[in-house]
Ligand binder design. Structure first.
Ligand SMILES: *Cc1c(COP(=O)(O)O)cnc(C)c1O
Length: 400
């Protein structure tokens, strides 16, 4: 079978809820992937930052095989010998007191919303059924019905109603708007420290500190969705660390398993995660020993290989070179660490054609919001690999 055969099969039998680049990948290692025709590409998306540790990292692979040969699933009806270790390691690494593991990012977001509502009723004293949660315009937190309720991207919620009440949105990066939207019934504010899917939007310097302060003053939980920005991507363990801010709740996923397996988690204080009683919430696969063993090693790799500092250094270099580029196509270059967006001018004709041109040159990246190219290579990329990519990126931005 060749590329066209696979595409035809997928178009025939699969739901058309994505519009992927027409490359059919069959294997990968580190920053590189190979398609079914044997062509090699550098991955500049990293599965939306789920493979920060690089594809098929040998240490994570080993941990997965070892664990799969021993024990994969107990359900939470019984205990297993991996979950407690992951929980302790996550708390020690992050500075939080408690962990609730789930599978997908959206599930962890749902978990945080449920915890925030229950905290609002049982700790803050919000009248039953009245809790409000504030989110930001341009957010992306996942695809469940409740989560798309507070998306401002109309396609995400259109025809999926009736939607979930109790959510309001405020402009992103605007602390005064947040404070004005808070009422006595506000339980939480959920925000991405950098909006990834929204187009790599970096809020004004000081915003997260202001959010921290406002939430504390009004007894509102500050929930940071670090599913994409966390675990080194933005050049710190959490992107909130750039402003030395400690949110009440942090949500992680994606790179938590280095791309091997869906693992996500909600991290919080005992006051917040302590609201859950047996039976309040759960997941058959959440906290399973296979996922926990994979996540433990994925975290070890991040730390042992110094990938967080590496993202900061490479990101600064990469962004510096893009910023020096004098191309009529570029409106703005922004980002932190190795989460970098190039906003194209309205005249540039959209980001997709740049991604297609880069694909032809052996570089896989994805447009977001039509006019932004997102660059997010695995954090294990070498300086030489980054230079090779930059050569093509500069060329395409200058000549297309
Ligand atoms: C990817 C993402 C999610 C959703 O994660 P899934 O694993 O796709 O459910 C939520 N929030 C942010 C910021 C994300 O980037």
């Amino acid at each position: 079978m060749n590329t066209q055969d696979y595409i035809q099969l997928e178009e025939t039998y699969g739901a058309h809820n994505y519009k992927p680049l027409d490359v059919v990948i069959e294997r990968a290692a580190g920053v590189w992937v190979w398609d079914v025709d044997g062509k090699k590409y550098m991955d500049f998306l990293s599965a939306y930052s789920a493979v920060n540790q690089g594809h098929c990292h040998p240490r994570i692979l080993r941990a997965m095989i070892d664990q799969a040969q021993r024990l994969t699933l107990t359900s939470r009806a019984f205990r297993n010998d991996q979950l407690p270790l992951l929980e302790r390691e996550l708390c020690e690494l992050s500075g939080y007191e408690m962990v609730l593991p789930m599978n997908s990012g959206a599930e962890a977001v749902e978990t945080a919303l449920k915890a925030a509502r229950k905290w609002g009723y049982t700790v803050k004293g919000i009248p039953d059924g009245e809790a409000e949660i504030i989110a930001c315009a341009g957010n992306f937190h996942g695809r469940t019905i409740t989560i798309v309720t507070f998306s401002t991207e109309l396609q995400y919620s259109a025809h999926f109603g009736p939607l979930t009440p109790g959510f309001v949105t405020v402009p992103y990066g605007d602390a005064a708007a947040l404070e004005a939207a808070i009422t006595p019934n506000t339980a939480a504010f959920i925000v991405e420290p950098i909006q990834g899917e929204g187009g790599v939007i970096v809020p004004p310097e000081g915003y997260l500190r202001q959010v921290r302060d406002i939430c504390a003053r009004h007894n509102v939980l500050f929930i940071a969705d670090e599913i994409q920005t966390g675990l080194g991507r933005a050049g710190k363990l959490f992107a909130c660390d750039w402003e030395d801010v400690h949110p009440d709740v942090v949500i992680i996923g994606k790179a938590l398993s280095g791309g091997f397996y869906p693992v996500s988690a909600m991290l919080a204080s005992r006051e917040v995660l302590g609201v859950f009683q047996p039976g309040d919430h759960g997941s058959t696969f959440g906290g399973n020993p296979l996922g926990c063993a994979v996540a433990r090693e994925a975290l070890n790799v991040l730390v042992d290989e110094g990938l967080i500092d590496r993202a900061a250094e490479l990101g600064e270099y990469f962004m510096g070179r893009l910023k020096r580029l004098e191309s009529d196509n570029i409106q703005e270059v922004r980002g932190k660490g190795l989460l970098i967006g190039v906003e194209l001018t309205p005249e540039a004709g959209g980001a997709r054609r740049f991604c297609e041109a880069l694909k032809e040159r052996g570089l896989l990246c994805k447009e977001t919001h039509h006019t932004v190219i997102r660059f997010a290579p695995p954090l294990v990329a070498s300086r030489e690999e980054i230079d090779w990519a930059l050569g093509h990126i500069e060329d395409v931005l200058m000549t297309l």
